[in-house]
Design a protein around this ligand. Sequence first.
Ligand code: HEC
Length: 201
Amino acid sequence: MSEEQNKNIGNEPGYDIDTITNQRLIKGHVYDGIYELDNDLPPWWKWLFYISILFLAVYLIRLFFTEAPDLRQIEEYNKELAAVQAKAPAAADFQLVLLTDEASLTAGKTIWEGQCGACHLASGAGIVGPNMTDDYWIHGNTLEELFAVVENGVLEKGMIPYRDQLSPQQRLQVISYMLSLHGTNPVNPKEAQGEMIEWPY
Ligand code: HEC
């Protein structure tokens, strides 16, 4: 069917009718002799379209003209943040001060005997690692200095860092227990290492 023929088909003004399918043709949409049908959109598609317009209208009204916090990201974020903060333990109030309460010392003893005793002995007398009951210290005996040794270890001498294995609180517990062994005169103490430092506690 030529373009010329097709133009004369159909009697509705505005568009022509395809002779084969009997459907409307879109005027002027002819490409290499192929004509485009002016089909209606399927009802399900149209309804989806209308419903989405309705949804948009409701959404925009709620967003701009009502207080709908669930639609605003910043408010949603703040709400979730508040919920998380409420659950978190009171912002880690960790302080580097010698622990003397029984619960902390018991926890420290468990860590000391389980993880440090192999090198420092449960009694603190020292074997691979130095004696912890005397007045001689290699790295100093302030809480800061001891804390740093336990945190970073002394790898070249064989002591691993406990940064990942013990929490700050656990490090403080084990150091506090270790210091409680000072002056206990255990059997077979290791010879003094480091310098004599006055006992600061
Ligand atoms: C594998 C053996 C080993 C283990 C396990 C070990 N240490 Fe040590 N530690 C050493 C050695 C060796 C030194 C001496 C480092 C040096 O000469 O500088 C040392 C030194 C220290 C010092 C510094 C002593 C000073 O005189 O300045 C502290 C404090 C200490 N250890 C605490 C601990 C604690 C607490 C633990 C357990 C959580 C622990 N160590 C586990 C081997 C060990």
